[in-house]
Design a binder for this molecule. Structure first.
Ligand code: ATP
Ligand code: MG
Length: 315
């Protein structure tokens, strides 16, 4: 059976701690929120889609070591198929230490990538990609991203690009190979040289023939409406943020769920923002990702009637 989504990109294990109001250095302290879970944009994004019951495959190079075991176990518990994972004894995921400020929810992240399992060309499952409905790629392993996008070329597959940083010339080229770039505004500004979200989107739209979207934290997200030439804005849903780790990843997941459900652009954006707001309320990028069975409980008074109706009938 073909996949609904294949995800190819950075894979990490996050160690997250919400710091107490006062940190006693050179001492021991008990804390309420300290946990280990899988992370990274593509890794968490694909978990959000799998939780809605879709067939999702992750491509990663992992071995026989503790971090790889945590990564695999977490993908499986989120419903992600690990059949496309390549076994390589020495490889492991990245590890990220995330410190979250108690009052502001601001994050400080330390990343270590020793023995990271960078994908090789032969690891890219071209035959599966040629049949999948959607593809999620990032900018951390550009050779893998390019090979995956080449495999999707000429097929109906929608390719969602989450580019946070990287070589500008190469990223601009890869934008032309994707269908649905959803970029943080800062990265999109670097790629286009524009500042205003509308100008950024119009410039991105010249680089990518598909549907371009940018996000900017609590300021929400914007998309270029290809039909009218106008700019759509989606607000961020107001929540008391505890930890914004994974908000962007959850937004991508909601957008992809919407694509797979056949929802229009505005509703895909609204659902992305709604999933992200859930994630902001708990520590960890995957902790508060909802499952399909929770869809109707996500309805809130400030949702559009269209999304509320769709969520009430998602079974
Ligand atoms: N504090 C917040 N409260 C509610 N919604 C939020 C918050 N932060 C982000 N979001 C939602 O998540 C979307 C994506 O967030 P953002 O633009 O920060 O992504 P990002 O930079 O890719 O983040 P990440 O570090 O998770 O990859 C926003 O457009 C917004 O809808
Ligand atoms: Mg992001």
């Amino acid at each position: 059976m073909p996949y609904d989504l294949i995800a190819i990109g950075l894979n990490a294990v996050d160690v997250l701690v919400r710091l107490p109001e006062s940190v006693k250095h050179d001492d021991k302290q008990f804390v309420e929120d300290l946990l280990i879970q899988g992370g990274a944009p593509v890794g968490s994004g694909c978990c959000g889609v799998a939780r809605f019951g879709f067939r999702v495959g992750i491509v990663a190079r992992l071995g026989n070591n503790t971090l790889s075991s945590i990564s695999i176990e977490d993908f499986r518990s989120n419903g992600v198929d690990t059949g496309l994972v390549v076994h390589d004894e020495e490889s492991r995921p990245a590890i990220a230490l995330v410190e979250i400020d108690h009052l502001t929810a601001a994050r400080t992240v330390f990343i270590q990538m020793d023995h990271y399992g960078y994908l090789k060309c032969a690891d890219i499952p071209a035959a599966h990609i040629a049949q999948t409905k959607t593809l999620l790629v990032d900018s951390y392993d550009l050779d893998a991203t390019e090979a995956a996008l080449e495999s999707a070329a000429g097929t109906p597959c929608r390719s969602i690009l989450d580019f946070e940083s990287g070589d500008t010339v190469r990223l601009r080229k890869l934008l032309g190979m994707g269908t649905d770039p959803i970029l943080p505004l800062g990265a999109a500004r670097n790629l286009t040289g524009q500042t205003d979200p509308g100008d950024v989107l119009r410039s991105l739209g010249d680089l990518c023939p598909g549907q371009v979207v940018v996000t900017d934290g609590i300021h929400g997200s914007w998309a270029l409406d290809r039909n009218s030439g106008g700019i759509l804005h989606q607000k961020a849903f107001v929540v008391q943020p505890v930890d914004t780790t994974g908000c962007g990843d959850a937004y991508h997941a909601g957008y992809i769920v919407g694509l797979l459900e056949g929802w229009p652009l505005e509703i895909r954006m609204e659902f992305g923002a709604l999933l992200a707001s859930h994630v902001a309320g708990r520590v960890g990028g995957r902790t508060a990702l909802p499952w399909r069975k929770d869809a109707s409980s996500m309805i809130r008074p400030d949702l559009s009637s269209t999304l509320a109706q769709k969520l009430s009938t998602l079974l």
